[in-house]
Ligand binder design. Structure first.
Ligand code: SAH
Length: 363
């Protein structure tokens, strides 16, 4: 991999690792500047918005880092009903967010997946009727590891993007933050299934996990390239007090914020035409983290649109940011970017891939 920036070329693992280990502000600024140029050239200065609707916090997984893990009995569980999901989605559409993401804890129960598929279909149909000139709401799903037939059902219902983070490409590190029943190989198989089914596929990692090294982050970048991803969502690991990982004795070796910005920048430089999110987790760390994420090369923001009464129950980590969507739009514009309203904002990488692989994007 060759990453060109600031007259320098990062061509090796050694140089990338050194960059992650450096705490020199000018080095971070240089890689961000180069990534920003690269973004302007390949995906313009436009920032797409995805209304994030957290439809349920019931979860059968027991990830050692996650606040909605099955074992956390301190939280109030909820599940939005179908009508609430549809009306929240249509509200997003009215605000000009023509793309939404339905996210939930993992639940492979066939009946629940069938209900989500029906809801996806209803959202597609109703949003198209609301504005027949346009293609309706684009739908991304983030429901975890499902079976092939379930991914297929959801795809046929009209969802066309799927986000499933690998969390880390290091199998040992993965296993150390998940119970033995949650396997690295299964996650990988799911990502391949999603691609096979023609989804625009997004993955990502957490940054700054206990025991995670700069070499791990280099390997993550290699992993994304190899997998030929269309979208990336990467964010800092933020400990949640009611999880086992928060009590880990393994040290955090990287500064999660600086490393996350460097990861965004290096991902942009090495995969110029994909969509990269300035994640919600990143935005919790500093007041200007949204702008910094964009300046590092991110071109997507996912404002939380979950209905107010249940929003506080979906705590993957502490201090989740709260901000009215209009403020996010204003800040994007104030930072010198065009808010990408009233369009789906597909990653150019996917559009090209879909054309060459004959995937046929369902509209
Ligand atoms: N069940 C779905 C979506 C919910 S979790 C799925 O598996 O995709 C969404 C993401 O939140 C996870 O993939 C993880 O990367 C992130 N996350 C969970 N706990 C976190 C924490 N403590 N700090 C930072 N990110 C976290």
């Amino acid at each position: 991999m060759v990453i060109n920036y600031n007259d320098k070329m990062i061509t090796s693992q050694t140089e990338t690792v050194r960059l992650f280990q450096s705490d020199i502000p000018e080095e971070l600024a240089a890689v961000m500047k180069a990534a920003s140029h690269c973004r302007d050239k390949h995906v313009e200065r436009k920032v797409f918005l995805r209304g994030l609707i957290e439809i349920s916090n019931h979860c059968n997984c027991n990830c050692l880092y996650c606040g909605i893990r099955r074992g956390n009995q301190k939280i109030q569980r909820y599940r939005l009903d179908d009508a609430q999901i549809v009306s929240t989605a249509l509200h997003c559409f009215q605000l000009g967010f023509h793309s939404i993401c339905l996210q939930a804890g993992e639940d492979k129960d066939d009946n629940k997946i069938k209900r989500i598929a029906d809801t996806v279909q209803a959202i597609r149909k109703k949003s198209k009727t609301m504005d027949p000139e346009k293609q309706g709401l684009g739908i991304t799903l983030s429901l975890g590891e499902l079976r092939y037939e379930q991914y297929q059902l959801l795809r046929e219902a009209g969802a066309h993007r799927y986000l499933l983070r690998m969390e880390t490409s290091n199998p040992d590190l993965f296993q150390s933050i998940h119970p033995p029943a949650q396997r690295f190989e299964t996650r990988l198989e799911c990502l391949h299934m999603l691609k096979e089914l023609g989804y625009m596929m997004g993955t990502g990692v957490m940054i700054g996990l206990p025991g995670q090294t700069a070499e791990d982050l280099w390997n993550d970048l290699m992993f994304f390239k190899e997998l030929n991803v269309d979208m990336l969502g990467m964010g800092p690991y933020i400990p949640h007090a009611d999880t086992p990982l928060a009590r880990s004795s393994r040290p955090m070796l990287l500064d999660p914020f600086a490393a996350a910005l460097k990861m965004i920048a290096l991902a942009r430089l090495s995969m110029p035409d994909i969509n990269i999110v300035a994640s919600t987790a990143l935005q919790t760390l500093y007041p200007d983290a949204l702008e910094q994420g964009l300046n590092a090369g991110a071109n997507v923001v996912m404002p939380i649109m979950t209905p107010q009464p249940v929003r506080s129950y979906y705590q993957l980590y502490i201090n989740k940011q709260e901000r009215p969507p209009s403020e996010t739009i204003d800040r994007i514009a104030a930072a010198g970017y065009t808010p990408g309203l009233c369009e789906w904002g597909d990653a150019p990488h996917y559009v090209k891939r879909a054309r060459s692989e004959g995937l046929g994007v369902r509209r």
